[in-house]
Design a protein around this ligand. Structure first.
Ligand code: SAM
Length: 261
């Protein structure tokens, strides 16, 4: 019998790399602050894979996972949280809430990854989010965002990646040059089956690094750093991100934006 299609499983195995994200985030904090971060808040957490990885680092590590949608939270509880040891589970707080309405305990690091804050299309809304993050960070805390762009994002395009047993499609269906509102889909195709369209749908505004940097500084972050990805010998991203003042023109890029309180 064919296994039921579990979209979060496919997402986990095509889009996410919690161990790599956490290694970057933790090293960043250590380098900038010369100490160890312990409290991590994962905004837009979906199935909170990062929060589950975070508490595995030791008995002092705590995480707070926030998402507005109960479905991924329920999945995360059943599939990831339940796999942890009891003392690890106790160090994770899962909150169903709009990130704009949070009033959590203070964190050393807040992350909003996989571009989730692109959901805020108005500058005032995004400003409110950044202000709230600033308020709920410990002194010396970091806000870690990622961002993507490149010439390819300014037109309709679809990329596919073959993972052997399934194909992952990143489909940018629409881009509006006036508003930067953009529509994205993730599709999957399991071997020998038809393509499953629109497993995930994102209605976003494509924010650009300079406007994000300006806004983060405007709300009061002391320093905003851009971490740009290095390239391998074929010119492809090599997964190593370093602090840079300037980027490079390319068809498609991903960067981290790290802001210091
Ligand atoms: C792109 S997915 C998150 C992916 C996850 N952060 C990761 O790295 O793979 C976006 C998530 O943001 C959540 N979300 C959207 N708007 C939100 C809001 N205002 N407050 C909290 N969560 C929100 C959605 O429910 C969804 O689970």
């Amino acid at each position: 019998m064919k296994k039921k299609f579990d979209k979060y499983w496919y997402y986990r195995h095509s889009v996410q790399s919690p161990e790599l994200d956490l290694r970057f985030i933790r090293n960043c904090y250590r380098k900038l602050k010369q100490k160890e971060p312990y409290v991590f808040r994962e905004d837009f957490c979906s199935t909170f894979a990062l929060s589950c990885e975070w508490v595995k680092m030791g008995p002092l590590y705590k995480s707070v996972a926030v998402d507005i949608d109960n479905r991924p939270l329920k999945y995360g509880k059943e599939q990831y949280l339940s796999q942890l040891e009891l003392h690890q589970q106790k160090r994770i707080q899962v909150i169903k809430s709009n990130v704009l309405k949070l009033n959590t305990a203070k964190a050393d690091i807040i992350s909003a990854l996989n571009f989730s804050y692109f959901t805020f299309k108005k500058r005032l809304e995004l400003k409110k989010y950044f202000l709230n993050c600033l308020k709920l960070l410990n002194p010396n805390g970091l806000l870690v965002l990622d961002c993507f762009g490149g010439t390819q994002c300014f037109e309709r395009n679809e990329e596919q990646t073959d993972y052997g047993k399934f194909i992952y499609y990143w489909d940018q269906r629409h881009f509006d040059p006036v508003t930067h509102h953009s529509l994205f889909y993730i599709h999957y195709k399991r071997k020998g089956e038809k393509k499953r369209e629109k497993a995930f749908i994102y209605n976003w505004r494509l924010w650009m690094i300079p406007e994000l940097k300006d806004l983060l500084e405007e709300v009061g972050f002391r320093k905003v750093h851009i971490y740009w990805e290095g390239t391998d010998k074929d010119g492809e991203g090599n997964g190593r991100f370093t602090r840079r003042e300037k980027g490079e023109e390319c068809e498609s890029w991903v960067a981290y934006i790290v802001s210091e309180k």
